[in-house]
Design a protein around this ligand. Structure first.
Ligand SMILES: Nc1ncnc2c1ncn2[C@@H]1O[C@H](COP(=O)(O)OP(=O)(O)O)[C@@H](O)[C@H]1O
Ligand SMILES: [Mg+2]
Length: 269
């Protein structure tokens, strides 16, 4: 506590000063008052949580009204209106996903990300997600190499979210189009998933930093928009599932993202 400013938070950096024998003769250091920085960080987190929550509510009713309209125009056989409302629905979904990602970041920050674990077939989940994502692009061809079935125990929504993120990135960061190869294997007690694209790639030295919050590699010749939280969420989900995620890439020649994790996750994770 400070005599006049109340409770303060300080950051200390202390280093030992050694003599020629290597014995400590003194301690040198600095300290700084980080109370304001801490307060700003807390305000940022609170703002993100409230803003994303408030944005979500009107979006939910927007989606419902859009679907009602789609039904109305379908019954009137107005194909053009149905097509446009379908596109509108896609954009609403994109915005919803974005806001859900922001909400996830606030959950991670406050240690409140929940996992609901269950039995499911990972091959089936991946296959459905890939079919949906294939519909979003005409330039890319998503190739799947999956076992017929791969029974797993974990949070299927969260794991699905990771796959959606990785494949959406593969699409987004190969703007010229091309193949995207998704391979799933069982390796001992783990699964190994890889998502390979032939896009712009990731500059060396950034292969692990891209998993940090808001970090975006400056690998774009053309502007590709984003906010840099998808991989941060993936990394959190995979780590909390007892697994690992990493990237391998040659800049300009494409990237491969790998996920390895236990088939049966520990109940208490
Ligand atoms: N498949 C990929 N190919 C090239 N770069 C990628 C790929 N996936 C991710 N990246 C890089 O990692 C960064 C972080 O990705 P992400 O967290 O999904 O955020 P965003 O896509 O919003 O930028 C991206 O900005 C990009 O620089
Ligand atoms: Mg992304």
């Amino acid at each position: 506590p400070h005599a006049t400013l109340g409770k303060r938070i300080y950051d200390y950096i202390l280093v030992p000063v050694l003599d020629s024998q290597g014995d400590v003769t003194a301690v040198a250091g600095t300290t700084r008052d980080i109370t304001e920085i801490r307060k700003l960080l807390e305000q940022k987190d609170a703002f993100l949580a409230i803003a994303s929550h408030e944005l979500k509510t009107p979006l939910t009713s927007l989606k419902t009204y859009g679907q009602v309209l789609q039904d109305i125009f379908e019954s009137r056989n107005d194909e053009q209106a149905v097509l446009m409302l379908g596109r509108m629905d896609n954009q609403v979904n994109k915005l919803t996903n974005l806001i859900n990602d922001l909400l996830d970041v606030t959950r991670i920050q406050s240690g409140k990300m929940q996992f609901n674990k269950d039995d499911f077939d990972l091959s089936r989940i991946i296959s459905d997600i890939l079919d949906d994502l294939q519909l979003t692009t005409a330039k890319h061809s998503i190739k799947k190499d999956l076992p017929d079935h791969l029974p797993m125990w974990g949070d299927k929504e969260r794991i699905g979210q990771v796959i959606t993120n990785l494949v959406s990135n593969a699409i987004k960061y190969s703007p010229a189009g091309g193949e995207i190869q998704v391979v799933l294997r069982k390796v001992g007690d783990d699964i190994l998933l890889s998502v390979k694209d032939f896009g712009i790639g990731i500059p060396e030295g950034m292969h692990s930093r891209i998993f940090e919050q808001f970090y975006r590699a400056n690998n774009f010749r053309e502007a590709i928009s984003g906010i840099g939280i998808g991989l941060f969420i993936c990394a959190e989900v995979i780590e909390r599932s007892g697994g690992k995620i990493w990237a391998d890439s040659n800049e300009g020649a494409g990237s491969t993202f790998y996920v390895s994790m236990p088939i049966r996750q520990a109940k208490d994770q």
